[in-house]
Design a protein around this ligand. Structure first.
Ligand code: F6R
Length: 365
């Protein structure tokens, strides 16, 4: 049932404040403002030397965000690779370390194969899945469910932000256990997470502006997405979402890579979507935007009031989100990129929920 929405994807985008709220409530003691993982872990965070993360597509981008969090909060070295590469690389993994798998369906063939490889390499296996009866869930030592509910649209939306919610809680739990987060740090971070559903509702309020903008995006051939830090995976996710449902060619890049190649693409016809909350790398992203502006690129800036004030760049359009703790920006900034993809595809008239050549669950490699 699509409710009042034209597509499942639209419904699922709009469900995010609710399902992210549910998911967070499953991992957080709301009264004590602390992370409280359900169940006991069969490993000790302090004994781990390395965390290996593996997944495909959008789930991989959630893992990429988590890498920044685990390294920052828990000082735990993280290796991450797409499952189709990880499974054949023969990566050496030290016995007793932790392997983390992320999958909405829990049936993705490459992710499952990598999980089996990790088990052979005597890793503890933890999975973040949406379908708890799935093969990946069954074969894991511990399962941390996302409470997104069934995701029908082929393009993943609410599963992604629920994955980020679980991964943030896991990174905080690891940070606490490893002695790198004080009680106050944890409280502040947990409060920031608790604010996410409300911030997501504010992000959804940008929809009319995004819909209007998407009519112009629907006419272009290529789009570039840029971001730094945890906004880099959101740039990748924005590009993936756009290409899969609108069939417009899009690329996501780490903003710092711009001058190592993609800057050659920039001209007056090229929209460049810059994901740039006012965080510790904001200034760096501004200088990349200047490089784009100097070549006539059309900048669509997704930022907050502080960022908009300091950007001092002629942008075609600014999508303004509220100010928020930098840790939670990937969860909230995911929404405007999802809406841009959705409305661009809707303007073109593609089959948003069933894009050509794609399957919801990729059970063959
Ligand atoms: C993108 C998308 C795919 C999946 C990928 C992994 O919108 O849906 O990239 O994220 O196929 O699927 P799961 O999470 O089921 O393992």
């Amino acid at each position: 049932d699509k409710g009042n929405h034209k597509h499942f994807m639209a419904k699922e985008i709009h469900e995010q404040p609710e399902v992210v709220g549910h998911t967070l409530a499953h991992y957080i003691d709301m009264v004590g403002e602390r992370v409280a993982l359900p169940g006991k872990l069969p490993f000790d965070w302090t004994k781990l030397k390395r965390l290996s993360i593996s997944a495909c597509g959008t789930a991989f981008y959630a893992g990429l965000v988590a890498k920044y969090w685990f390294e920052r909060f828990a000082k735990l070295p993280v290796e991450i690779d797409i499952a189709s590469e990880f499974r054949y690389r023969g990566a050496p993994l030290e016995e007793g370390d932790l392997a983390l798998f992320i999958s909405q369906s829990g049936e993705t063939a490459d992710t499952l194969a990598t999980l089996r490889y990790a088990k052979e390499m005597k890793q503890h296996v933890l999975s973040v899945v949406n379908v708890t009866t799935s093969t990946i869930a069954r074969e894991s030592d511990v399962v941390m469910p996302t409470l997104a509910g069934p995701e029908i649209g082929v393009a993943s939306t609410k599963a992604f932000t629920c994955q980020l919610s679980v991964l943030a809680c896991l990174a905080l739990a690891a940070g606490r256990a490893r002695g790198h987060l004080s009680e106050t740090d944890e409280k502040n971070l947990v409060r920031a997470l608790i604010a996410v559903p409300r911030l997501m509702s504010q992000a959804l309020a940008l929809e009319p502006q995004i819909e209007k903008l998407s009519h112009d995006l629907a006419k272009v051939k290529d789009v570039l997405y840029l971001g730094r830090g945890t906004s880099f995976p959101i740039a990748l996710e924005g590009a993936l979402k756009l290409k899969e449902i609108s069939y417009i060619h899009a690329e996501g890049y780490a903003a710092g890579e711009l001058k190592h190649g993609p800057i050659a693409l920039i001209d007056e016809t090229m929209p460049v979507i810059v994901i740039a909350p006012h965080d510790r790398v904001f200034e760096k992203t501004v200088s990349n935007m200047q490089e784009v502006a100097a070549r006539g690129g059309k900048i669509i800036l997704v930022t907050d009031p502080k960022g908009a004030k300091e950007a001092t760049i002629e942008s075609l359009e600014t999508l303004m989100l509220p100010e928020m703790a930098s840790t939670v920006t990937p969860l909230v900034y995911a929404i405007p990129v999802q809406l841009m993809a959705y409305h661009t595809a809707a303007a073109i008239g593609t089959d948003v929920d069933q894009p050509r050549n794609l399957a919801k669950s990729v059970t063959v490699e």
